[in-house]
Design a protein around this ligand. Structure first.
Ligand SMILES: C[S@@+](CC[C@H](N)C(=O)[O-])C[C@H]1O[C@@H](n2cnc3c(N)ncnc32)[C@H](O)[C@@H]1O
Length: 344
């Protein structure tokens, strides 16, 4: 298959592989991924390759259509396909299984869900007016919608936990977490990162803080961290738990506008004392416009919420507006970096 660097850059017709034509097929690719995720095709291939007919017979699907979808995704590296039309999983395709560590099955269902698709349709309007497409489509901000839609909240929280599952250990390995004291994870979801931190530092205590419906499904109740955590539900625009020696904000600030970030950081600053450290764990965009994987995530933010991905300088500006000083930016082997700041 041609890679983007092999593709012609000049004028082409509709059928010649080109960057433009690949982009125009984007919605087809994500719908095809949705089809195999919805029908658990990767789980059905866990024991080895099978034909579309065998897969379809198992699960009551339409074999010729399934074969065509699998052929497309084989061309894009999720499946193998041999001359007998037998399909297997590539390393990349294994991530669509539900039973593997770091499974991306829940992420695939979230990113291809109707909420994301309806919001994406509004991108041209956003470019014209600056409005948030999700709000225009649903008449309510994204997180307010989740608060009253238990099914979609479950989908979102599971997708977030699944994204975190791949990165939490990489983050924990990239920072010298304190050996004791209390770490507060603000907007910590179901607590995957906090659990990974407490597993590593056996005398450290932790507080998980998020919306009440989210923390009620936390994952902290395990033997390894027993007796060293508590959970609080609340609104980080009002207040966050005080008494932390270290505060975490992972993939929070990118959800919010600068003004909203200053309010969240302000609530953390209220809870902290001078010298208290804060780790903001988010993607950091290069400020010279170089390509970066978070540029795509930035468009997801644009279509769903008021936030965006930021450069280190933009984060530094948010810190200085809310009583923090940026100490350093540490890369991780994953997409997010760790911005270490200190309350002044
Ligand atoms: C993008 S998720 C990140 C979750 C987690 N930190 C992670 O990295 O997986 C944003 C989190 O912010 C939480 N959140 C949104 N609005 C909130 C609010 N007003 N107060 C507290 N938490 C909130 C959501 O429930 C969600 O868990």
């Amino acid at each position: 298959m041609a890679t983007s660097s092999d593709l012609p850059t000049g004028p082409t017709d509709q059928f010649t592989p080109s960057p433009l034509n690949q982009l125009l097929y984007g919605h087809i690719h994500s719908a095809a991924v949705r089809a195999v995720a919805e029908h658990h095709i990767a789980d059905r291939l866990a024991d080895g390759p099978r034909t579309a007919e065998q897969l379809a017979a198992d699960s009551g699907l339409h074999a010729p259509s399934l074969r065509r979808v699998l052929r497309l995704l084989a061309m894009h590296g999720l499946f193998t396909q041999d001359e007998k039309d037998t399909f297997g999983l590539t390393d990349a395709g294994q991530a669509l299984r539900t039973d593997v560590p770091g499974s991306q099955h829940a992420v695939a269902l979230l990113f291809t869900d109707e909420m994301f698709r309806r919001a994406a349709v509004g991108i041209p309007d956003a470019v014209r007016t600056g409005t948030t497409p999700f709000e225009a489509a649903y008449q309510v901000p994204f997180f307010d919608h989740l608060a009253v839609s238990p099914g979609e909240r479950e989908l979102f929280d599971t997708g977030m936990a699944s994204m975190s599952g791949r990165t939490d250990d990489l983050i924990v390995g990239s920072y010298p977490f304190p050996a004791e004291g209390t770490v507060v994870d603000v907007g910590g979801g179901r607590g995957g990162l906090l659990h990974a931190v407490l597993r590593r530092e056996r005398a450290l205590h932790g507080v998980l803080f998020d919306r009440p419906d989210t923390v009620s499904d936390h994952v902290l109740d395990t033997e390894e961290v027993r007796g060293r955590w508590s959970v609080r539900g609340g609104d980080f625009f009002s207040s966050v738990p005080s008494g932390g020696d270290l505060y975490l904000l992972k993939r929070i600030l990118h959800d919010w506008s600068d003004e909203e970030c200053v309010r969240i950081l302000g609530a953390v600053r209220e809870a902290a004392t001078p010298g208290t450290r804060l780790l903001v764990i988010d993607s950091v965009l290069p400020d010279n416009g170089d390509p970066h994987p978070a540029v795509e995530l930035d468009i997801v933010m644009m279509m769903l919420v008021t936030g965006r991905e930021r450069t280190a300088r933009e984060f530094e500006d948010l810190f200085s507006r809310s009583g923090f000083r940026l100490n350093r930016v540490l890369p991780t082997p994953s997409l997010p970096s760790i911005l270490e700041a200190e309350a002044v």
